[in-house]
Design a protein around this ligand. Sequence first.
Ligand SMILES: [Zn+2]
Length: 441
Amino acid sequence: MPRKPSEPWAKDEGGSGIRDAWERGKAPEELKPLVVQHRMAPGISALPNRLYYGGVLQDGDGVEDEAELSEWFSAQPPFSQAITRLDHTALETWTSSIARGQRSSRCNILAAALTVDAVSRMLRPDRPALPEGARPRVLVMSPYRPQAELLQAMLRCRHLHYDAAAGTPHAFQGSEASAVLLDLTVAAPHYRAGIFSSEHSEGHRRLLNVAITRARRRLVVVGDLSFLRPKAGDSALGRLLRHLATAAPSRPDVRPILRLTPEPDLGEIVARAERYVVWYVKDPDNNGALAESIAGAAGKGLPVLVITDPRRMTRVGLRGSALTQLRDSGAALMQKDSLREAILIVDGEIVALGAATTEGWSVWKSGAVAGLAASAHQVAGLIQLVESGRARCERCDQLLLLREGDHSKPGLYAQCSKCGRSAGSIGRPSGARHRRQQAAL
Ligand SMILES: [Zn+2]
């Protein structure tokens, strides 16, 4: 039977063939169905033990010792328990599909921001620097590669990339760290994500198992749990979430974890824009001062695009509405269904995220972060529409409605809100065809 070195106890205990055999109910008689693990704190090992190992996992000596955290880990809540659930339902995060070659993948920018800010809250400001080449203290994982890339860029932006590394669980097979954060990434409007299906359940089960068993002392699961739990049903993810509810009953308020910049500072960033401003916003009237700054950028002749909820469009033309002011100063307006939190991208250099229920903005001054956010939201294609004067229907001059394709047709496309004429796909490579989602997402 081939050994699977990804299993943490395979080295010491004769290989995960034991587990495979055990699961098939065919363990050889000379093998005792008992496996000792020396990595995870008991609060963490209980989770894979119940979920994946049928209770045969035993904790070795020393797994309760927290000395490895003493120099650098912040004792502040909410990360004092072995497992923490960071439920960001209240932030109303938003997942985008990303065309990746012939397949689609996902990213959720606000969830990534929360995850990285959670890493920074775990690290004591006075911690000693890690020696050159030391393994990171924290691993940050997402099942989706674009999200893992965004997480890595955000870690770098916050100067956390020595303490922490981001990647997919696949990339971290065989690794371990004192703390692991698993960013589940999927949120509205992605009701049909592959990870909800039981079709690839074995692949997803392995992926989630690898992720949670990398953690030595702290495991943090980040997700829009109110969205995920009913959708995930009896899939591998659904079972994980049900067990987590018991293993980590408390769900701290995640909002204080985000590092936020007050709105006036954002106005100053917009005032310094040189190339373009793109603002996805559910209700611009809720951010009147910022809308004024953005109108100012449009008034200077910069390409400015404001994408908002179709229901707000009735306010275009009303005196005093932010949309009227934006339109009159030369901003292009488009509409998109199911908008959630706000995303502002300036010059491809700065991205700012506004959650539905927070004051202030999560600001990332990084070309790498802004570039990934811009490509997730097809900003280059949208700016091209604005600059070529095609931001309205060519036939009837109505506003365009942006829609996100599903996994069979990933990416953003635009159509006329009146006659339905398609303005084509935006920034999506032509000929991208649906291919069934694989376990490695
Ligand atoms: Zn039309």
